[in-house]
Design a protein. Structure first.
Length: 267
């Protein structure tokens, strides 16, 4: 039997029309698709008409399929001669464990290729009209995962470097992150933008300042998936639904810190 092959495909931030042409072409030839929860899947059956589909998506606090089992599924089908597509939200190599899946394929001698995707780290802030860089405001941006609490060295490095801080998977550790950044000298009045469900119908943008963001997160009940942007560029956020493609196509609600409701007993 001929060896199959594996393609890791980045599906972008969630909007169907932000998938690349190459991603859609690869899906057409798939025999098996293992997809994540943040990948756009509403039309997956038509995009991969000959494939068996498997939901292996992870949710906060719940991994229905372990990463090791995902590796085993990928290799089992590929070793049977199948074209296996691993469909991942965003880009496979940005906090998506894509490097681990590539490593498993290489170790098993299975051919593997990667189709990059539009990363949420840049595209989701853009959906809210927030550029991660802007001439005259900043000259660098840092993307970091806060799925696990940041260390003191990481806080120090972020504050020392300056520029825009983009945080993925950061809602669960938000209080720890805010306190750490302020403890290491980041101004308490630094603007913060939080974009929930970027490019989806229920996209929501919340603007605040660093010392208020934890309270705002509780009163507004911010939820994952969300991208946090910390820095002066947040002041450039779109100020109404008339600005930006995401606003016009997907809808947008702007909740400023000043409009936050008083804390509730269960917030």
């Amino acid at each position: 039997m001929n060896m199959g092959h594996v393609t890791l495909v980045g599906a972008g931030p969630g909007a169907v029309d932000l998938m690349t042409v190459r991603a859609r072409d690869v899906l057409l030839t798939a025999d098996v698709v293992l997809y994540d929860r943040l990948a756009p899947t509403e039309e997956l059956r038509s995009w991969a008409p000959h494939a068996e589909l498997f939901d292996v998506g992870k949710r906060p606090g719940h991994h229905r399929v372990s990463q090791e089992n995902i590796h085993q599924m990928i290799l089992r089908w590929a070793l049977k001669g199948k074209h296996v597509v691993r469909l991942k939200g965003g880009d496979p190599f940005i906090f998506g464990r894509g490097c681990e899946e590539v490593g498993a394929c290489r170790e098993a001698g299975v051919p593997v290729t990667v189709v990059p995707g539009v990363t949420s780290a840049v595209s989701v802030p853009a959906a809210a009209g927030i550029p991660v860089t802007a001439r005259g405001i900043n000259r660098a941006f840092t993307v970091i995962s806060a799925h696990d609490p940041l260390t003191e060295d990481e806080f120090k490095g972020l504050v020392t470097l300056g520029g825009t801080i983009v945080i993925l998977m950061g809602i669960g550790t938000l209080g720890h992150t805010v306190e750490g950044l302020m403890r290491h000298g980041l101004s308490r009045k630094t603007p913060v933008g939080t974009v929930e469900n970027g490019y989806c119908a229920d996209q929501r943008v919340t603007l605040s300042e660093l010392d208020a963001v934890h309270t705002v997160a509780a009163t507004q009940r911010l939820r994952s998936p969300a991208v946090l942007v910390i820095g002066e560029v947040v002041k450039l956020a779109a100020d109404g639904p008339e600005t930006g493609e995401a606003s016009a196509v997907y809808g947008r609600v702007l909740q400023a810190a000043s409009a936050a409701a008083p804390p509730t007993a269960d917030a």
